[in-house]
Design a protein around this ligand. Structure first.
Ligand code: TXA
Ligand code: MG
Length: 346
């Protein structure tokens, strides 16, 4: 299949993208988090094309993107008071909410669950495409399953050229990591994936929430997961990744002592000069920049011959939790906590 390259700033290209979606085709679209792979959410065969193009396991449900709250009422059964508060605080934005679903949602989207994930993106091009196509748009991240999520149109071409009908090219994504996912169908709301809207910001609006264990650590193969996406290794470059957590100077020292010539280093800007085969992903205190760069840098390592990548990591607070979670997932939770290893400094 020939993949059309469309431009976000051309009106007729937005129209083309929307028409393709309306016709049941799959199109790469920009959002403020990462690029998505969009199709008509109410068309089972279009939804199946998404799974095929990505090589996505059939039991991993998709997020439905809407462009107004009228669309929401057709897709979900109940919007409780806390959820209403979240919607007015964070939509449109980088927050995906899990609801009880209505029957119009094809089983291919929800993969047998009685819930559905909905997001109202805050991105003019994504909203234009949804409105012009006139249908809710199912969209996972536009990467091959398992690869780092795409934050530029070039990444989408790398993974999906020839496999989808078109890609709408815009600038790089503002957040660079995927939306926060919160399940509001539970008695106590639970964060399933940290992202652009932080746990701290959510708790200011609706009080204490839980965080799923899978955000922090590897879950055993036998445990039932809350979000099917949690059980798959994600964001993984070809090389093995080892995440080194703790004070930035100590982690740099640890990496310096333990890396061999064939290893790469993903570090904060301040330590870039210190290492061979290094890529830096933002200043130590600039978590937003780290979010924007992390997936692109993980991808860049695939063009090198490094066998292992040692990575520094921000603290698990605010947006740092999202960046840290993506790094640890890329490492299959192969994590070294430097504060537990203070002896190595002797
Ligand atoms: O920022 C984003 O959310 C991007 C852009 C394109 O909007 N989309 C995205 O989609 O990251 P995806 O499919 O890569 O990640 C969706 C996650 C998966 O981990 C999936 O398992 C989970 O949401 N999910 C979807 N529906 C769910 C449900 N009903 N219950 C629990 N988890 C669900
Ligand atoms: Mg994804």
């Amino acid at each position: 299949m020939q993949t059309l390259k469309l431009l976000a700033n051309k009106k007729e290209d937005i129209k083309k993208a929307s028409e393709l979606i309306k016709k049941g085709e799959v199109v790469g679209i920009p959002t403020e988090t990462v690029y998505g792979l969009g199709a008509n959410a109410l068309d089972s065969s279009a939804v199946l094309k998404i799974f095929k193009a990505k090589g996505r396991p059939q039991d991993n449900p998709l997020i439905i993107h809407i462009a107004d709250l009228e669309m929401l009422s057709k897709l979900v059964l109940d919007v409780n008071d806390k959820t209403k508060k979240l919607i007015s605080a964070f939509w449109p934005g980088a927050l995906t909410i899990i609801f009880k679903k209505t029957d119009i949602i094809p089983k291919e989207i929800s993969c047998g669950l009685d819930t559905v994930a909905i997001r109202f993106p805050n991105h003019s091009v994504a909203l234009d495409i949804i409105k012009t196509s006139g249908v809710p748009v199912a969209a996972p991240s536009a990467n091959t399953s398992g690869r780092p999520s795409p934050t530029t149109a070039k990444h989408v071409f790398e993974d999906l050229d020839g496999k989808i009908s078109a890609i709408v090219e815009d600038s790089a994504c503002d957040f660079g990591v995927e939306s926060t996912v919160i399940d509001m169908t539970r008695e106590i709301p639970i964060l399933l994936r940290p992202g652009g809207v932080t746990k701290e910001e959510i708790e200011k609006i609706i009080g204490k929430i839980l965080v799923d264990d899978a955000v922090y650590s590897k879950i055993s193969d036998t445990k039932k997961v809350s979000s099917p996406g949690m059980k798959y290794r994600h964001y993984a470059p070809k090389a093995e990744v080892i995440v080194v957590c703790g004070d930035a100077f100590k982690t740099a020292l640890y990496i310096e002592k333990n890396k061999t010539k064939n290893d790469g280093v993903l570090c904060f800007d301040e330590f870039f000069e210190k290492f061979e085969n290094a890529k830096s992903f933002g200043s130590v205190n600039d978590i937003s920049e780290q979010g924007r760069q992390i997936f692109a840098k993980l991808r860049e390592f695939d063009e090198t011959n490094v066998q292992r990548i040692f990575s520094q990591c921000p603290v698990d607070e605010n947006f740092g939790l999202a960046v840290s979670n993506r790094l640890k997932k890329s490492a299959g939770f192969n994590v070294i906590n430097i504060e537990d290893k203070i002896w190595f400094l002797d």
